[in-house]
Design a protein around this ligand. Structure first.
Ligand code: AMP
Ligand code: MG
Length: 498
């Protein structure tokens, strides 16, 4: 592929021998490009003259890997729904290399669905068109919403079926991530490896993701704390966006703090803290409101793997790590509160933390009690800040509580005194963080069904295009902003993307 060059620099393969298995992707019969993320490709410095859909399809199917690619399957373990599985690993993915992008950020380029690896167990190593396009839609939506996320660079149809409950068209996704180091990567080497390997992995992750703690004497404790901080910020963003990851196993939690592995994830519609859509999550372990608690639980599993590095005395190591884990909810609350204030259009006044939390919670109680669409409620609150309350009122089937709450909200503005912005400025700032558009579940399902069942990519492309500017209200895209019919949400379940 002389017309396509990745400036590869494969530090994981180079610095961490023994942490992966070299492995080649399968050859696929008829690669056809379904999606190419030109903007991301430019960011990565890999756009060249003379690229055709056919050459890109050959590349991103794994049929013609570019010079410098060094495909490896990474080893990892993980707790899945609370059960430890010591042997997971890349069963259907390959890291083909790393690229330092135009902003100097090192990023992984990985194929997903490229065939069996030494970690495949009983799986076929393959993926289907629907779930891979789903990863495109949700990842790009997260990116546009401003939430740290892995992203899709390309999707190629393979031209061969994959056999699930029924035969489905096969596909390969190319995923870009800050890295694919997971909590489960540490668990793997804690279960099977040596202390020296845990140290190597931790020091690699520190150098790559948290160089600010590298020089500290207590760098492994500081690393744990830094990972926890990033997760606290990430989960707060998920919560404010109504995002439910759906399968927060420890192997699906990135050390770099990005959202990763979009399987049975969904955005909430009518506000319900107990919302859970995943077909495999029968106990609601990964329900919306459980996510902060689960993140903390996963971080405790990471902490366990780091104990011998944190302190030579085990008792002392446990004490130190426990302090970090115990601080997680406080960090999360801080991120959540500052996000809440921004969504409500309130300045972060000292002394108002308690009242602001209460104000936000009573707003959420109102949404819950009246089953109001979460995204639209916030967006119509933006209009209310600008002086137009009618669209907000129209969302509430009954009015009780809303007037009183709006009154309290406005009284809170007064506390800002002279520093208070003009109403239109307040509304404008709120409009920049309360999205008008999220990937509505019925739209996502419709787009994936058309692509997978009919080979029709138009609904997928229309939706992807609409999701690129989620904070701009565009009357031409109004159909994408509408909640699903209630009958749809009542039956809605998401499935793991295998
Ligand atoms: P996930 O549910 O995608 O987070 O995957 C959990 C584990 O199952 C990982 O180790 C995957 O590599 C593996 N896995 C998922 N699907 C397949 C498949 N079709 N073939 C082989 N391994 C798979
Ligand atoms: Mg996974």
């Amino acid at each position: 592929m002389p017309d396509i060059a990745f400036p590869f620099d494969n530090s994981y393969a180079r610095e961490l021998p023994g942490f992966y298995a070299p492995c080649q992707p399968d050859t696929v019969p008829a690669p056809r490009l379904l999606f190419f993320n030109r903007g991301l490709a430019e960011e990565l410095g890999m756009v060249r003259d003379g690229q055709t859909d056919a050459s890109l399809a050959a590349l991103f199917s794994g049929n013609a890997l570019p010079p410098g690619a060094q495909p490896i399957a990474q080893a990892y373990a993980g707790h899945q729904f609370g059960q430890f599985n010591p042997q997971l690993g890349d069963g259907r993915a390959l890291l083909i290399g790393e690229v330092v992008d135009r902003l100097g950020r090192r990023r992984d380029i990985a194929l997903k669905g490229s065939g069996r690896t030494p970690f495949s167990r009983r799986g076929d190593g393959k993926a289907a068109v629907g779930p891979m396009l789903r990863e495109v839609l949700i990842g790009e939506a997260m990116q546009a919403l401003g939430i740290p996320t892995t992203r899709a660079l390309a999707v190629v149809a393979t031209g061969e079926p994959v056999f699930r409950e029924r035969p489905l068209p096969g596909a390969i996704l190319t995923r870009v991530a800050a890295s694919h180091i997971r909590v489960g990567t540490f668990q793997y080497f804690s279960a099977h490896g040596t202390l020296e390997q845990i140290r190597q992995l931790a020091d690699y992750a520190i150098a790559r993701h948290y160089p600010e703690v590298e020089e500290r004497d207590d760098r492994h404790l500081a690393f744990l704390e830094a990972v926890a901080q990033r997760q606290a910020a990430l989960i707060a963003q998920w919560m404010h966006m109504g995002f439910i990851h759906g399968v927060m196993n420890t192997d699906n939690m990135s050390i770099a703090g990005e959202t990763i592995d979009f399987g049975p994830c969904a955005f909430m519609e009518a506000y319900d803290p107990r919302a859970v859509f995943s077909s495999i999550d029968e106990m609601g372990r990964y329900a919306y409101q459980a996510q902060p608690r689960i993140a903390r639980w996963n971080l405790a599993r990471l902490a366990e793997t780091l104990l011998p590095l944190i302190h030579a005395d085990e008792g002392r190591a446990i004490e130190l790590a426990t302090e970090v884990i115990d601080a997680f909810m406080g960090h999360y609350q801080q991120h959540w509160l500052s996000g809440l204030r921004a969504k409500l259009g309130l300045a972060g006044l000292p002394g108002q933390e308690g009242p602001d939390t209460a104000l936000g919670e009573s707003w959420l109680d109102l949404l819950h009690a009246q089953q109001v669409d979460y995204t639209l409620a916030w967006r119509r609150l933006v209009d209310a800040a600008a002086g137009n309350e009618a669209p907000l009122r129209a969302l509430f089937p009954g009015q009780p509580g809303l007037d009183g709450w709006l009154h309290r909200w406005r009284e809170r503005w007064a506390v800002e005194g002279e520093a208070a912005p003009a109403p239109l400025n307040r509304a404008e700032a709120m409009g920049r963080i309360n999205p008008w558009l999220i990937p509505r579940n019925h739209r996502v399902e419709e787009a994936l069904a058309a692509a997978s069942d009919e080979g029709d990519l138009a609904p997928f492309e229309g939706l992807l295009n609409a999701l690129a500017r989620p904070y701009e209200e565009n009357p031409e895209l109004a159909a994408y902003a509408e909640p699903a019919p209630q009958t749809f949400m009542a039956e809605f379940r998401t499935f793991c993307g295998t």
